[in-house]
Structures are given as structure tokens and as C-alpha cells.
Design a protein around this ligand. Structure first.
Ligand SMILES: Cc1ncc(COP(=O)(O)O)c(C=O)c1O
Length: 426
């Protein structure tokens, strides 16, 4: 990269946070660790390019991390920003010094809004998807006679959490099952549409399921729900940071995500999107200092959560810059390419492999869940880690198996190795 391009690149990377002029020395130090990986651009299957991306992470050499659905590492640019801003607070804990942080939080919000195809007023920076989901379902006014339609594959925070509210307020939760394995988007949408009645107030689904890897046609579902006057909550824990998402285009009322998964951001930060016209009627669960200023400022009212970890919250902005430097569409394409490659290799190498996740990319996302008649998921995951230094997750129940979730810091070669390793276990 020539020096002009490097300056331009670093300028772009620093733009959002530096513009808020907090702790310039800390920011400069964090930027030094960004190793400027982005010379002229290449196809997402160019392994040399993705190796440069991987070098942005402090990943233990020889280890393969296939668990972004649970937790992903942050690049140096992000973890250094968290550390530096945290130290900046510890160095000078005066109100005066800390008063700089609201501007950083606003910069992060603006970045996130642009990243997600929304407006800044529609974005709250929360702690995680769990909190965001619960903020929505606690904030709606529902009662006897109302119905909420949910996917039986929703995470507990968008599933059991509804049962608990229903017990308290007397509404009914209808749990929809989709056909395993789904063959078309229409087949996935049909059971939801059939479950909606004139009493339905909310449709609460998951963009990509962490238990099966199935991806729902959320845009179509949101459009159908809107036509019927039904509110929509889309749990985006498995798409925030892995897919190029445009929330205004998706058309949901609420979307939730965790920064510490595919977004590769600071841990214990998350996002809650609340469509502009819904903010006023959604009650805040937590009301704290700053409420008066926040309650008429859209989704900010859901951030009235008491003292926050300002370094982490601010570093959400840096994470957006990291994604933008690579390109959202390029990350999206790479995640899809990794999942497709993995499915192909598992089919080739593991006799009798069965996929819970559709092989069709249009019905799935970055997660691949599979089984094999001789595969015992628990011992298999242990063996993968102990013998092959590969980390993954296990799934249970109807979709019992192994869950691989490779992200941009994983190479195609590592996926080949992972498929070979699984073959030794069956
Ligand atoms: C679909 C889905 N929703 C919500 C969550 C909860 O995420 P967190 O623990 O970050 O709040 C998860 C976690 O895996 C998930 O997969």
C-alpha cells in the first residue's frame, strides 16, 4: 500500500471516533495496531487477502475458532480501543474527563445506524441480544385476548421470555414449527402466516436460528405482518455483523443483536433497533439517570441503564469502522463462501453426514449444523479441541449435532482440516 493510500485508509478507519476528539493519544495507539490490511481489493475467495484480515486478530496460532455464533474475537483495533479508553478513564476519573464519552457514544450510534440501514434515533446500544429482546417484550402493552406468534426455534430470550410475560399478563403465545428440512422460503413462511389471526399483535422470529442454522425470509414475513397490523421483532444475533443488513429494507419494527458475536465488537455490548414510529409506545424497562433527556429521543430511552462501561460502548464505533474498512458486502460474501465450502467438504469427507442446516444458501446463513449416525456431539467436540485445536459448539434436541460457525478470520484450508478431523471421529 503506498503512503497516500495508507493515510487515506487510516483516515477512514479513524474518522468516526477521532472526530469526537476523545483521548487522542489512546486512539493513536490503537490505530498503530491496525495493520492496514486493505490494499487493492480482491475477490472474497482470495486467501491472501483474508490472511491479512486474520492478522488483525490476536488469534492463537494453530487454533481454529468455529464458534462465532457464540462469541467471536475482536480485532486489535477494537480490543486496543476498549483497553485504551478504559485506561483513559482510570487515568483521570473526573467528571470532566468522562464528560467526553457521550460524544463517542453518539458517534458509535451514528456508525451503527448507517451500518444497519437505520437512523441514529432508532438505535440503542444495549448489553446484548438477551437484553434487547427482553426490552421489546417487556415494553409492549399486551393482555388477555392478545396473541403473540413466535418461532419454536427462537432463543430462550425470545421464547421462554414470552411465556413468562404471558403468565403475568394473560396473553397467548403461539409457537410455530417450520418443516425440517425446509426446501423453499415460501414453505418457511407459510406456517407463520397460517398462525396469524385477527388477535395477533406481535410476530417474533429469528433471522438465522442458532439451533438449526435455518434462515427465515424475514423481509417477506415483516411485509405480511405489517399488512395485517402485526408488529415484528427480528432477533438478529446470528446476522448482525455476518450479513449485510438493511433494517429499513427488511421492514421490521424491532431488531436485536450482540456485538460480541459476528460483529466482533466489545463484549457485553449489543444493539436494539426500534423503528422510529414505535419508540413512543414501547415502554422502557429500566429508567435511570438521564431519563428526562432521553425519553423523547427515540431509541435512546432504552439506554437509561445506569453506569455503563464507556470504553466498551465507545469501541462499538471502532468496530463499525473495522467492518466498513473491509466492506459489509465483502464480509457477507466471505461468510457465505465459508459456509458453502464447509458444507461441500463435509459432504465429501464425512460419509453419511446429515445437515440440519439447509445446504441452500438462501435458506441459511453462516452457521452449519450437522450430524452423522456415529457422531456423539459432546465427545466429538472435546476430541476436536483436544486433538485438533478446533473449537465449535454442540446442539441438542431435534437438531442434535455439531455447530460450526466460521468467520472472516478462518481460512478455507482450516475448514478442509476441520472436515478431515470430523471424518476421523465417525
Ligand atoms: C438467536 C439468538 N438470540 C439471542 C442470543 C443471546 O445472545 P447474548 O447471550 O449475547 O445475549 C443468542 C445467543 O447465542 C442467539 O443465538
Amino acid at each position: 500500500m503506498n503512503s497516500l493510500a495508507r493515510r487515506d485508509f487510516v483516515g477512514r478507519v479513524l474518522g468516526g471516533v477521532a472526530a469526537a476528539t476523545v483521548a487522542p493519544s489512546a486512539i493513536a495507539r490503537a490505530s498503530e495496531r491496525w495493520r492496514e490490511p486493505l490494499p487493492s481489493l480482491t475477490a472474497p475467495d482470495d486467501e491472501a487477502y483474508w490472511k491479512m484480515v486474520r492478522d488483525q486478530f490476536p488469534i492463537r496460532p494453530g487454533y481454529t475458532f468455529l464458534n462465532a455464533a457464540n462469541l467471536a474475537p475482536s480485532p486489535y483495533a477494537v480490543s486496543d480501543t476498549v483497553a485504551d479508553l478504559t485506561r483513559e478513564i482510570d487515568r483521570e476519573m473526573s467528571q470532566q474527563n468522562r464528560s467526553r464519552f457521550p460524544a463517542l457514544r453518539e458517534a458509535a450510534r451514528t456508525g451503527l445506524a448507517e451500518f444497519l440501514g437505520a437512523e441514529a434515533d432508532e438505535i440503542a446500544i444495549t448489553r446484548n441480544t438477551s437484553e434487547s429482546n427482553n426490552t421489546v417484550l417487556n415494553g409492549l402493552t399486551l393482555g388477555r385476548g392478545d396473541e403473540v406468534v413466535i418461532w419454536d426455534q427462537n432463543h430462550p430470550t425470545n421464547n421462554v421470555a414470552w411465556d413468562v410475560r404471558a403468565e403475568r399478563y394473560g396473553f397467548t403465545v403461539i409457537k410455530v414449527k417450520t418443516p425440517p428440512p425446509p426446501t423453499t422460503a415460501a414453505a418457511l413462511a407459510a406456517p407463520f402466516l397460517a398462525a396469524v389471526t385477527p388477535r395477533t399483535r406481535v410476530l417474533a422470529v429469528t433471522h438465522v436460528s442458532s439451533s438449526s442454522g435455518v434462515g427465515l425470509p424475514v423481509k417477506e414475513l415483516c411485509a405480511a405482518a405489517r399488512q395485517r397490523g402485526v408488529l415484528t421483532l427480528v432477533d438478529g444475533a446470528q446476522t448482525f455483523g455476518s450479513q449485510s443488513v438493511n433494517l429499513h429494507d427488511m421492514g421490521c419494527d424491532f431488531y436485536t443483536g450482540s456485538a460480541h458475536k459476528w460483529f466482533m465488537g466489545p463484549r457485553e455490548t449489543g444493539v436494539l433497533y426500534v423503528r422510529k414510529e414505535r419508540a413512543a409506545s414501547l415502554w422502557a424497562s429500566v429508567v435511570g439517570v438521564g431519563w428526562d433527556g432521553a425519553k423523547d429521543r427515540g431509541a435512546r430511552k432504552f439506554e437509561s441503564l445506569g453506569q455503563r462501561d464507556d470504553g466498551a460502548v465507545s469501541a462499538v464505533g471502532r468496530t463499525v469502522e473495522f467492518h466498513n474498512a473491509i466492506g459489509r458486502d465483502r464480509i457477507d460474501a466471505r461468510v457465505r463462501a465459508l459456509a458453502a465450502h464447509l458444507k461441500t467438504r463435509l459432504k465429501e469427507k464425512v460419509p453419511g453426514v446429515q445437515f440440519h442446516t439447509p445446504v441452500d444458501a438462501t435458506l441459511s446463513g453462516g452457521i452449519v449444523i450437522f450430524t452423522q449416525p456415529n457422531l456423539d456431539p459432546g465427545p466429538a467436540a472435546t476430541a476436536l479441541y483436544e486433538k485438533h485445536q478446533i473449537t465449535c459448539a454442540t446442539t441438542g434436541g431435534e437438531f442434535r449435532g455439531l455447530r460450526f460457525a466460521p468467520h472472516i478470520y478462518v481460512s478455507l484450508q482450516e475448514l478442509d482440516r476441520a472436515a478431515d478431523a470430523v471424518a476421523t471421529l465417525v
